[in-house]
Ligand binder design. Structure first.
Ligand SMILES: [Zn+2]
Length: 595
């Protein structure tokens, strides 16, 4: 870490977590903790908690947590150094002079410089749009119905149709072509080595990070004949398209009920102009897991509003799966006649959009709709095929959902409820033509399930052990005798346990927020989650022993699962089989001995 421990620990002692959090969240005491509405995920009942004793926070809803520094990172969308500086200002402390990590210092200076170049470029493009050279850009925006207010709000600009306009402009400000290539503003021809402006004769949409910094650009052609329609900044030190969302800088976490995911820049802008101010766009890519996690920091409800064309609908299905996997509640807004959101909202206004939003489809309803689109309901054989496919899908759902979707299917296809139900029943796993799951899939699923259960039992035991280690030196010594690397399967807990043991070896009391502050954000969250139970224990040593036993048992169970997997291999020789069975028997005996 780049900050001296002593300086950081002074900063932490001057930044009491309760007083820092209180300027964002109204906290009320209950038990050992203070509680309030989470400032990151929108909620109506308090699941955000602060522990004054431990100087850490944890949200039981969205699982963010850590020290006061990580709290500022979450709530202000800052990086670690930014949050440290923010708190230092608040505490009236000067930043430490010597930062010992020279490489990190250089890296930071470079980022600053590239960010400055991007900011200057965005200004240059906007000035060009409003000036003489921007006439064609302005004409395009006017045709699309984009107002001058939006130009200001979104910082829209125009790149002149020249090879070196931006290169010259930023060159005069002291930027080398190499730097500008690195910022994604120039491109370099590999053969000739020549560098020139990355965007020419295009309308420019700056991509602005949640902290307000310009980090990249999207550039659109003026006429639809030219290809590619959009060019986006590739990955740079500042910008990675998988980790960012367009329009997120305009959103305030904690104040939102939901966010609307759209495909393009102009959808976000069009919706905003119509009064739908909570739209964000994935940037020229299929939605990623990182983006889903980013969304989760703001809301727990997401609407997907992709284009009505086939590509948009396929992207919707992928997006649904990614968002659902991250635990977000997702619904799909379907636009009539293949329109895109921008088109629709310009014709029908916010009221029209809100009506569609009310009718938004849940995951399974949308999948059925998407299936229906492949068939024409006018043709009897296609209608029949659709009904059979849909029944096979419905048969896999819960009884309540089955009831609902059979009813809808009946309305759509004209088949009676009885017929559809019978069809669905016959289509359930027994259907030999197209089984819903094969035997092998079922086996894998059941193994995965038991592996998950084991993992959570193990995670609970590891968390509890860490808690006891913090509470009692005897418990710490017990754990220290084991191999910490093997004991903790969770990387976050492992890092923390190591730090505890090291502090103990130096004869120091462990400084919880200081250790947490030195950890990766995700790892710190894991540790905060581990400390969410405030079970003060009378006999921590005994409890720690019990945890060690539980972890050991999980380890053996994992080994047994591995052996079972090997045993199911058909090519196994008789000798090997006997050997594996013997190993399994020994493990089973050992496991019983642990009880
Ligand atoms: Zn939360």
């Amino acid at each position: 870490m780049a900050y001296p421990d002593q300086w950081l620990s002074e900063l932490l002692s001057k930044s009491d977590i309760v007083s820092v959090v209180s300027s964002y969240v109204d906290l009320k005491p209950k038990g050992h903790r203070l509680w309030g509405l989470c400032p990151v995920h929108g909620e109506k009942t308090a699941s955000f908690s602060v522990s004054p004793d431990r100087q850490l926070y944890y949200c039981f809803g969205c699982h963010i947590g850590g020290s006061v520094i990580q709290f500022i990172m979450d709530v202000e969308h800052m990086t670690f150094p930014e949050a440290v500086e923010h708190l230092a200002n608040r505490a009236g402390m000067a930043m430490p002079e010597e930062v010992n990590d020279a490489a990190m210092q250089r890296d930071r200076a470079k980022r600053e410089r590239l960010a400055e170049a991007c900011k200057l470029a965005a200004r240059f493009y906007m000035k060009t749009l409003l000036g003489e050279q921007g006439a064609s850009g302005r004409a395009y925006l006017k045709k699309r119905g984009i107002t001058s207010e939006s130009v200001k709000r979104f910082g829209i600009g125009y790149a002149p149709a020249e090879w070196e306009a931006l290169k010259r402009y930023l060159g005069e400000k002291g930027y080398s072509p190499e730097e500008l290539v690195e910022a994604g503003l120039l491109v370099k021809n590999d053969q000739s080595g020549r560098t020139y402006d990355a965007y020419r004769g295009r309308v420019i949409f700056p991509i602005i990070a949640a902290n307000g910094r310009v980090i990249g650009f999207g550039a659109r052609v003026l006429n639809n004949e030219e290809k590619p329609k959009y060019i986006n900044t590739g990955d740079t030190l500042l910008y990675n398209k998988r980790n960012n969302l367009y329009g997120l800088n305009l959103q305030k976490s904690g104040k939102l009920n939901d966010l609307v995911m759209v495909e393009g820049y102009t959808d976000v802008i069009g919706l905003f102009e119509a009064g739908v101010t909570n739209a964000v766009a994935s940037l020229g890519t299929a939605l990623t897991q990182q983006q889903a996690r980013l969304l989760k920091r703001y809301v727990s409800n997401v609407y997907i509003a992709y284009d009505g064309d086939a590509a948009g609908q396929n992207a919707t299905i992928r997006g649904l799966d990614i968002l659902t996997a991250e635990g977000l509640s997702v619904r799909v807004i379907v636009f009539p006649n293949g329109q895109d959101p921008d088109e629709f909202v310009r014709k029908n206004g916010k009221e029209g959009f809100d009506r569609l939003k009310e009718d938004a489809l849940a995951l399974n309803a949308f999948k059925l709709e998407a299936m229906a689109r492949n068939f024409s309901m006018e043709k009897e054989n296609e209608r029949e095929q659709y009904a059979m496919d849909a029944c096979r899908f419905i048969a896999t759902l819960s009884p309540v959902e089955r009831e609902r979707y059979y009813l809808e299917l009946s309305k759509k296809t004209g088949y009676s409820l009885e017929t559809l139900r019978a069809q669905g029943e016959s289509a359930r796993p027994l259907d030999r033509q197209q089984p819903v799951t094969t035997r092998k899939e079922q086996l894998t699923a059941s193994r995965r399930r038991s592996a998950n259960e084991m993992e959570s039992e193990r995670a609970r035991a590891e968390s509890a052990l860490l808690f006891h280690m913090l509470q009692s030196r005897a418990a710490l010594n017990l754990a220290k005798e084991r191999d910490l690397e093997k004991l903790f399967s969770d990387e976050g807990l492992r890092v923390f346990a190591r730090a505890l043991v090291n502090a103990n070896a130096r004869g120091e009391e462990p400084n919880l927020p200081l250790i947490l502050s030195g950890m990766e954000k995700y790892d710190a969250e894991r540790v905060s989650a581990a400390f969410k139970e405030e079970a003060v224990c009378a006999e921590p040593e005994k409890a720690a022993k019990d945890c060690l036993c539980r972890i050991e048992r999980c380890e053996m169970a994992e080994k047994i699962e591995d052996i079972k997997r090997e045993l199911s291999e058909p090519s196994l020789t008789a000798g090997k089989r006997a050997e594996l069975l013997k190993q399994m028997q020994t493990l089973n005996l050992q496991m019983r001995g642990l009880n």
